[in-house]
Design a protein around this ligand. Sequence first.
Ligand SMILES: NC(=O)c1ccc[n+]([C@@H]2O[C@H](COP(=O)([O-])OP(=O)(O)OC[C@H]3O[C@@H](n4cnc5c(N)ncnc54)[C@H](O)[C@@H]3O)[C@@H](O)[C@H]2O)c1
Length: 326
Amino acid sequence: MTWLITGGAGYIGAHVARVMAGAGERVVVLDDVSSGVPGRLPADIPLVRGTSLDGDLVRSVLAGHAVTGVVHLAARKQVGESVEQPLRYYRENVGGLATLLQEVVDAGVGRFVFSSSAAVYGNPPAVDLVTEDTPCAPVSPYGETKLAGEWLVRAAGRAHGITTTCLRYFNVAGAERPELADTGVFNVIPMVFDRLTRDDAPRVFGTDHPTPDGTCVRDYIHVSDLAEAHLAAARRTAGPGTDLTVNIGRGIGVSVRELLAVIADVTGDRRAPVVEPRRAGDAPRAVADAGLAAKELGFTARRGVEEMVASAWAGWCLRHPEAARG
Ligand SMILES: NC(=O)c1ccc[n+]([C@@H]2O[C@H](COP(=O)([O-])OP(=O)(O)OC[C@H]3O[C@@H](n4cnc5c(N)ncnc54)[C@H](O)[C@@H]3O)[C@@H](O)[C@H]2O)c1
């Protein structure tokens, strides 16, 4: 097999490319470098610079590298931006996917793995674990594009005999090595690091949620575990035209207070958080049922929150040396 990894110079994509190449798969990356960093990829992984929205380019990459499977991570991913620019998000995340799938079908590529997100659930109902059967009700254009993307992937796969897997990632964190860390400040861990680096106390939104310590509970997964889930999805033995949609999380809830305690241990910065009111629409708890991934992919995450926070902090300090000096 040769795998095209779109968005492979991105935070998650670079981990996926390295894990798949390290496991002996041939990989080629297509990335427009809009938010990606080419230096995340080792020299022996070919990088084609360009957009997956360009059907002619995709066709030439599929043919030129004799691609037999695609892992599609390239997308815009900022929830707030998607509210301001819904047309762009639909054009790039859904329209771009349709273009890519057309080329995949025309080239006879037989396998497709799609980066979906727990954002498809929106604010899940008050359940202990979110299963794949929990109703999807995205609350942002970003989440909508991921759900529409899943529909497109499954329908095209069934119609054209492609084996498809949609991976619904929960809260991704950490890095295999500091240079591969996420450079964005869109998730809670880098947001707290950012506050500490500015000499501000971390913020907690709501301590009166119906959770054990009153703060929101989420399911954090190390990006290296997530990358291994992609390898498992790529190697899934299933017949042509079959589809699998699966949560990728640990199935373990971690509250904001628990997360802040780990961050304090890792950074040595123990200042008390500032408590702000609840944010409208924040679900008290969103934790994956990880059972289907274990059953269908043989995948279980191994790395804990301490490892996620410590590796994310090492990446943060590489780019913010002033933070490391405390
Ligand atoms: N980071 C998370 O917590 C998270 C959670 C759920 C789902 N996801 C999904 O995972 C995927 C990767 O996210 P990430 O966190 O690595 O983001 P990222 O921004 O680091 O990576 C996206 C990569 O895709 C590239 N790219 C964007 N549009 C492109 C296009 N049209 N053609 C070619 N390349 C393009 C960017 O340059 C970048 O390298 C996305 O689909 C995202 O929606 C991420």
